[in-house]
Design a protein around this ligand. Structure first.
Ligand code: SF4
Ligand code: SF4
Length: 230
């Protein structure tokens, strides 16, 4: 059957009317900022205080677009007679976002929670070479990383919180315990027994050396070191 004259026009007007009453999906960016989901993968932020320069992220990145430079630094021993330690110091951390495919592998593999997704997305450049962003910029983006979602009611406490509470309790207990007088502390540091211990030792009978079952490779104070001992 031939269509009625003017039916096409009526159909078109109906579509127009239907669309006019629907909520618009077009956003007037940049005049109006889009409302993004909170866990949007916008850009990668670096919390460099947590980075130990383990290089795992750079090794696992499928695009090889993470550039890290570092040097070693010697940290003096914390206690007399202890060993000096060496640690890595971060010199450069950069990500080339012209290569990055936002897979998130670097964030997943970082064992020290130093990389995070930020919903920030306004970092377009007119030159592709400017899309390599250095550590200062990556650190700035950390301020835009949203707080982690709240735990479910009744969920198990994160182990980090339990460890922090344990350390705080230990420190509080140490502060409540009465400290020995300064002279005794210095004597203890110098390896001398406390005056009370000296008095107790004087009262106790001396155990013959042969009764000791403890094996040691250190020469006894009253015996010369044997020659040929390895
Ligand atoms: S998101 Fe993926 S591609 Fe981008 S830097 Fe991380 S590992 Fe590399
Ligand atoms: S994996 Fe994490 S800790 Fe290791 S170098 Fe990368 S950001 Fe730093």
């Amino acid at each position: 059957m031939a269509p009625l004259p003017g039916s096409g026009l009526a159909k078109g007007l109906a579509v127009t009317l239907r669309t006019m009453t629907k909520k618009t999906v077009t956003e007037q960016y940049p005049d109006a900022q889009p409302e993004l989901p909170p866990r949007t993968r916008g850009v990668i932020g670096l919390f460099e205080e947590n980075c130990t320069v383990c290089m795992l992220c750079a090794r696992e990145c499928p695009d090889w677009c993470i550039y890290i430079d570092s040097h070693k630094e010697t940290v003096p021993a914390a206690t007399p007679g202890g060993r000096d330690r060496s640690r890595n110091v971060l010199d450069r951390f950069a990500i080339d976002f012209s290569l990055c495919m936002y897979c998130g592998i670097c964030i997943e593999v970082c064992p020290f929670d130093a990389l995070f997704w930020s919903p920030e997305f306004e970092y377009s450049e007119t030159d592709i070479r400017d899309l390599t962003h250095e550590r200062d910029m990556l650190r700035e983006w950390m301020w835009t990383v949203p707080a982690p979602p709240a735990l479910d009611p009744g969920a198990e406490e994160p182990k980090e919180l339990a460890a922090a509470r344990k350390t705080a309790d230990k420190l509080a207990a140490q502060q409540e315990t009465p400290q020995p007088p300064e002279a005794s502390r210095e004597a203890a540091r110098a390896g001398e027994p406390h005056a009370d211990e000296q008095a107790r030792a004087a009262e106790q009978p001396t155990r013959p050396m042969g009764d000791s079952k403890q094996q040691t490779d250190q020469p006894r104070p009253d015996q010369p070191e044997q020659e040929g001992r390895e």
